[in-house]
Design a protein around this ligand. Structure first.
Ligand SMILES: [Zn+2]
Length: 758
């Protein structure tokens, strides 16, 4: 069962032309991620030229879509603000023979500002190049296939947003297959779909050679603060599937996200699935994949199980009824009583709460010993810790069982556990329907097994077979989720995996009892021996949890190859010539503490940083110019003014920003680089009435036009820009080995700002 969660073996460069080869794709990933190539940088220009060359070399109609993109999803630039970017998407088309719609293979070619993005998203880009090669080597598909390598994903999803909203090929929508990486290995998980996904999931189960995906993941993903290009496509009415590998998340967005860390097996799985899906979606009538409602789906040995979402409630209710019937029959057969059943159900809450709490306390202890873990999504080598969490959950469950088995009885405890699964099935059906199968199916199968066991001779071999078969269903359903929750949520939320491990334990309880030393009805030495025997698994699991935690601490030390992440940036007010070091770490490492100590609010001076309260320390001012802000036109009368301005960076920067002081004016209308941007009225008492952030600005800067309601006096504006890299700043000492850079969009940022009054 766990074997299917392992990515396939990578295929070599000699694989047949119609197949996906991780080795061939990897060669592309090395070129794409040869260095850091954030949107707008000269390195990104080189990567783009390479991509265009490869796609044209395949004979595909290829162009660069150069335009201004606005941020997809929520506005995050500043209070009441707008985020935009100058973007250059690489778009290539393989025309179909009789197209019924379009398939879009999407990955972003930009990297973060501090690392080369060897996985995120050179893996997706290189997989798409290799898929394009394999597709052009074979017969042409029926439907158009469009390859979209987007720009400025890391900045604001602006490339995807610009393509989806404005490119001629995007008119009419289509099926998007987005390829991502949030780590450097592990199985590729299809973790997000558009709504009403039944038709898409049917194709996924049929055509992806390694279909790992669960309808529960969509719900989990919504809890996480991540967004991908897929969001931008969904916003514009596209349908599709979003896939990523997510294990090894310690490297995410950091300088360590290099091609060398990329798992070729994960790349093979990414490519195999993308190629299989492109061929199948390229073959079918795309009108049919939009049919149907939402599906429930999850991985099982040999493929993907799926059924219509309309069965969620019936299954949840049948599971409750089946567990109820099991309790009724067990009482009638004299195996238990109503009070015991009630006790079994009530006491089931103990491990359900106890194991997650224990797991969270364990991680609290580990992060107290090793505070650097708090800055990472997951440790560099998390395996021992994950096993420790599972051992701890087992210890809690075993202890609960050993203590209560005699008093409450094995039947009541087992039925109580199934009762919890059935009740959780109802809760999940109401809150997260895609996850209800995780509780309803184990409850139903376990109850069915129990009913069969009571109907045949209860202590005979056929009863044991029935109980085991029922429990096996629960294990098959729950085990992949327990395993995948660790990389999905990180050990900081290890309690969630522990919770599902307890549910898995509940499903397996009846079998556990078959193995349990007989304790009922014995007296004296025999009872004592039985009690001692019952204590053995408890102690073994608790010991394993302790040993594994120790192993984790020993194996996963910070060193030069696995550095402790630190966040530092530099902020200069070019008007007052005051400079500061800033760090967003709440609990700074020794290295960071040399630069910063006092928490400060910076939203008055560096509004792009928002309401975060970084730690600050004094710095020497560097000779860096603030962006120039010049008035191109100034019209109006009374308290109404229309200001046309040019905001121009005076050095190579990644972004420029402009904020209007609320005390001097309210922005009624804003046009940025020729685009009207939405203006939201904010009356949060903050210093800014409007702000804009513009990524990858052209050297000549951008034109901004504001229609303002002034307070009678001059209008005050704060202009800021940001470049990347602290090397060369006065007073900066390079990090020693073992001290690394935190994967954050403001890591290593050099911000320069000044206030203008007109
Ligand atoms: Zn990405």
């Amino acid at each position: 069962m766990l074997v299917q969660l392992r990515p396939p073996a990578p295929r070599g460069a000699d694989a047949p032309a119609g197949e996906f080869s991780a080795e061939r794709a990897y060669a592309q990933a090395r070129t794409v991620a040869a260095g850091t190539h954030a949107a707008g940088s000269p390195a990104a220009d080189q990567v783009r030229a390479h991509l265009v060359g490869v796609l044209r070399g395949l004979g595909l109609e290829t162009e660069v879509q150069e335009t201004i993109g606005t941020e997809a999803g929520q506005l995050s630039g500043a209070a009441g603000g707008a985020t935009l970017a100058r973007v250059r998407n690489v778009v290539a088309r393989l025309p179909g023979t009789g197209s019924t719609g379009r398939i879009f293979l999407v990955a972003h070619y930009d990297s973060v500002q501090v690392g080369p993005g060897g996985n995120d998203d050179a893996a997706g880009v290189s997989a798409i190049l290799e898929v394009a090669r394999a597709l052009t080597a074979g017969p042409r598909p029926r439907n158009d296939i469009v390859f979209v390598l987007t720009d400025a994903e890391e900045a604001c999803l602006c490339g995807a947003s610009a393509f989806a909203s404005g490119h001629p090929l995007a008119a009419g929508g289509g099926v998007v297959l987005n390829l991502e990486a949030r780590g450097n290995g592990g199985p590729v998980i299809m973790f997000e779909t558009s709504r009403r996904n039944a038709g898409l999931v049917r194709v996924f189960g049929r055509a992806a050679p390694h279909p790992i995906g669960t309808s529960f993941a969509v719900e989990i993903y919504r809890l996480l603060p991540n967004d991908t290009d897929f969001t931008a496509f969904l916003d514009h009415g596209f349908v599709g599937l979003n896939s990523a590998y997510i294990d090894g998340a310690a490297v995410y967005h950091s300088p360590l996200d290099t091609p060398a860390t990329l798992s070729r097996s994960s790349l093979q799985q990414h490519g195999d699935n993308a190629l299989g899906l492109a061929r199948e979606f390229g073959r079918v009538d795309l009108g049919t994949v939009r049919a149907g409602g939402d599906a429930t789906y999850f991985p099982v040995p040999g493929g993907l199980a799926r059924y219509p979402g309309t069965l969620t409630w019936p299954l949840a209710l049948i599971a409750v009824a089946a567990v109820g019937a099991l309790g009724w029959l067990a009482r009638r057969r004299g195996r238990t009583s109503w009070p015991r059943l009630l006790a079994g159900l009530g006491l089931g809450a103990v491990p359900l709460v106890g194991a997650p709490v224990a797991a969270q306390l364990l991680w609290l202890g580990v992060t107290t010993l090793r505070p650097g873990y708090r800055e990472l999504l997951d440790p560099y080598r998390p395996l021992a810790y994950r096993l420790a969490v599972l051992a701890l959950a087992a210890a809690v469950l075993f202890a609960w069982y050993a203590l209560l088995r005699r008093r409450v009885g094995p039947a009541a405890l087992a039925i109580g556990g199934l009762g919890w699964l059935a009740l959780l099935g109802l809760v999940l059906a109401a809150l997260t329907p895609g996850g209800a199968y995780l509780a309803s199916l184990p409850a139903l199968a376990g109850a069915a097994g129990g009913l069969v066991a009571l109907a045949v001779r209860p202590s005979g071999p056929s009863a044991a077979v029935a109980v085991t078969a029922g429990a096996a269903v629960g294990v098959v359903v729950l085990l992949p989720t327990v395993v995948l929750l660790f990389p999905a949520l990180g050990l900081g939320l290890g309690g969630v995996a522990a919770l599902f491990a307890v549910l898995l334990g509940f499903a397996a309880l009846p079998v556990l009892d078959l193995l349990h030393p007989e304790a009922g009805g014995q007296r004296g030495m025999a009872a004592l021996r039985a009690r001692r025997a019952a204590a053995v698994p408890v102690l073994a699991a608790a010991l394993a949890a302790a040993v594994l935690t120790g192993v984790g601490l020993r194996v996963d030390r910070f060193d030069a190859a696995h550095p402790v992440p630190t966040h530092l940036m530099y902020a200069l007010d070019a008007g007052t010539n005051q400079a500061r070091w800033l760090s967003l770490q709440t609990d700074p490492q020794e290295w960071t503490a040399r630069y910063v100590d006092q928490p400060v609010s910076v939203r008055d001076e560096f509004p792009v940083l928002g309401d975060a309260k970084p730690l600050a320390g004094p710095a020497q001012p560097a000779a860096l110019p603030a962006p120039a802000l010049t008035v191109l036109a100034d019209t109006g009368a009374g308290d109404r003014r229309t200001l046309r301005l040019r905001l121009q960076p005076q050095r190579p920067v990644r972004l420029v920003a402009l904020h209007v002081a609320a005390a001097t004016a309210t922005v009624l209308r804003a046009t940025v680089a020729g685009r009207d941007v939405p203006v939201q009225r904010v009356d949060d008492g903050g210093p800014w009435s409007f702000g804009l952030v513009f990524h990858a600005p052209p050297p000549e800067g951008i034109e901004v036009e504001f229609e303002l309601a002034t307070r009678g006096g001059p209008v005050s504006l704060r202009a800021m820009d940001a470049s990347d890299g602290l090397a060369g700043l006065p007073g900066f000492q390079p990090r020693p080995p073992g001290v690394g850079i935190l994967g954050s969009h403001s890591s290593e940022m050099v911000a320069v700002a000044r206030t203008y009054s007109f």
